[in-house]
Design a protein around this ligand. Structure first.
Ligand code: KIV
Ligand code: ZN
Length: 515
């Protein structure tokens, strides 16, 4: 069975999805989970793009040991040198250099001739090789590039030291047949192609990213790139979980496998969904809530008789329902600590005590606390970590179908004082948000508000995600509570706290720069 390397770019290309902005702690949390999942390479960011990106790439490179950490770079000496400073502490420093190679990109974006693109790439790879043991070079928009130009430039960058050649379908344009032909052509016509691994990186504009990635693997690619849940710019990237599971289930056909720990997939997907605020559609392959649900009587009957009648993937394979030890109000701190560690979280004593208190108060209201509830509590704790300017203390909302909704909110302000105010709105959530805005000052423009329940049941936790523009900062926030209005207030405060944090320069992640 051929081993395919998995290159995860959730933290770089995935973060380019509109409205997604992971903070420093969240990036670290995601990188640790990707390491547990067993990805070979983590693209942690674009170090030269901002101080925030530099710091988080450095932190990830210095900490993660089980996966190789890489960062993106243009064919620019300053980018390469900055990336080295961020990545040099890693176990296996790796650089990812990219430049556009299609006529459209060279002419209109780069304003460079094909010869200049070759020269730039060769110089950049040579410079990178003086520092990095591993260098990957990407031909951005490769799938709309001239084949013979690709052959020429690839031969030269391999000679210069690139050991991975990535051929992205940057705009999600190709068909399976075309991508197969591209990979075969490069393999057969680049004289030194045996000295490099070919990599595939597909976008999902036409809904073909998974199929195209698999087609490229069939044609000899040795590395596949993508993101968890397929998050990314526009329609997103190829979903790594879909590709890994397709290779597993159809190994009779593809005769290739990844090194992923497949039963970490569901947990990774849930984490990315929570931290990105991008909910996973119920019908999404592999990780959607309905992926293993059988509704029709005929299907249910078949599955009960023999699950293989309608189920090609077992829930256990991807970690659905795995280790679902339910906690309740009698569970103690020890069991709780074990549970959060088994879910992949590291918590300080102080965090542990705080979340345990939240857990106890939830257990008074909800009979069974599931893994997902605990992940929600933990991720809210992590979301608030180092960003606690304001805190919601109490909330009272007066709503009736015929009166004007009024909210009274008590907050703890950054000086530790308790402040209180009340305001009205056209609905309960608006009343809460008007009140908070008046108390804090500044203008918050709410761009998105989403609510979902964690697990089923009438006593389920509510999780609210907001995206807002607060005083020129685009920020997201999350809040979890038994009550939807309390969750809404917490999400709003969390977003404002993050914006204030960015303004103070305590978290540099606000400077998100898309490639
Ligand atoms: O889609 C793309 O071409 C990219 C490159 C930067 C590799 O993300
Ligand atoms: Zn991309």
């Amino acid at each position: 069975m051929r081993k395919v390397n998995v290159f995860d770019t959730t933290l770089r290309d995935g973060e380019q999805a509109p409205g997604v902005n992971f903070n420093f702690d969240e990036k670290m949390q995601i990188a640790s989970q990707l390491e547990r999942l067993g990805v070979d390479i983590i693209e942690a960011g674009f170090p030269a793009s901002s101080n925030g990106s530099f710091e988080s790439v450095k932190n990830i490179a210095d900490t993660v040991k089980g996966s190789s950490v890489t960062g993106l770079s243009r064919t620019v000496t300053k980018d390469i040198d900055t990336a080295w400073e961020a990545l040099k502490g890693g176990e296996e420093p790796r650089l990812h250099i990219f430049i556009g190679t299609s006529p459209i990109h060279m002419e209109h974006k780069l304003r460079m001739t094909p010869e200049q693109v070759i020269e730039n790439s060769v110089e950049a790879v040579k410079h990178a090789k003086k520092k990095f043991p591993h260098v990957q070079w990407s031909a951005e928009d490769a799938c709309r590039s001239d084949l013979d130009f690709l052959v020429k430039i690839i031969e030269k960058v391999i000679d210069a030291g690139a050991e991975v050649i990535n051929l992205p379908d940057t705009v999600g344009y190709v068909t399976q047949d075309e991508i197969r032909r591209l990979f075969r052509y490069i393999k057969e016509n680049v004289p030194n192609s045996d000295k490099a691994i070919l990599s595939t990186h597909c976008h999902d504009d036409l809904g073909m990213a998974t199929a195209n990635s698999l087609a490229a693997l069939e044609a000899g690619a040795g590395q596949v790139e993508g993101t968890i849940n397929g998050i990314g710019e526009r329609a997103g990237n190829a979903s790594l979980e879909e590709i890994a599971v397709a290779l597993k289930i159809r190994n009779d056909y593809y005769k290739a496998e990844t090194g992923l720990t497949l039963n970490e997939i569901k947990r990774t997907s849930t984490m990315i969904s929570k931290l990105s605020g991008m909910m996973v559609p119920s019908n999404k392959a592999v990780v959607g809530d309905n992926a293993f649900a059988h509704e029709s009587g005929i299907h249910q009957d078949g599955v009960l008789k023999n699950s293989s009648t309608y189920e090609i993937i077992t829930p256990d394979l991807v970690g659905v329902n795995a280790n679902r030890m339910v906690l309740g109000k009698l569970s103690g701190l020890h069991a709780f600590k074990n549970k959060i560690e088994s879910l992949g979280y590291q918590a300080s004593e102080e965090e542990l005590k705080k979340v345990f208190k939240e857990f106890k108060s939830l257990a008074d209201k909800k009979s069974e606390i599931t893994d997902e509830d605990i992940m929600a509590l933990m991720s809210e704790e992590k979301a608030g970590e180092s960003v606690s300017y304001y805190e919601v203390q109490t909330l009272q909302v007066n709503y009736g179908t015929t009166n004007i909704p009024t909210a009274t909110v008590t907050l703890k302000n950054p000086d530790g004082e308790t402040i209180q105010d009340a305001a009205t709105g056209s609905g309960s959530v608006e009343a809460v948000y008007q009140t908070i805005e008046r108390m804090i000052g500044g203008h918050a423009d709410l761009k998105d508000y989403r609510i979902q329940s964690i697990t089923g049941g009438r006593d389920a936790l509510a999780e609210v995600y907001v995206l807002m523009d607060y005083e020129g900062e685009e920020v997201s926030g999350r809040g979890t509570a038994n009550d939807v209005l309390e969750a809404s207030a917490r999400a709003y405060i969390n977003a404002i706290n993050r914006a204030l944090n960015y303004q103070d320069g305590r978290d540099l992640q606000a400077e998100k720069v898309n490639v």
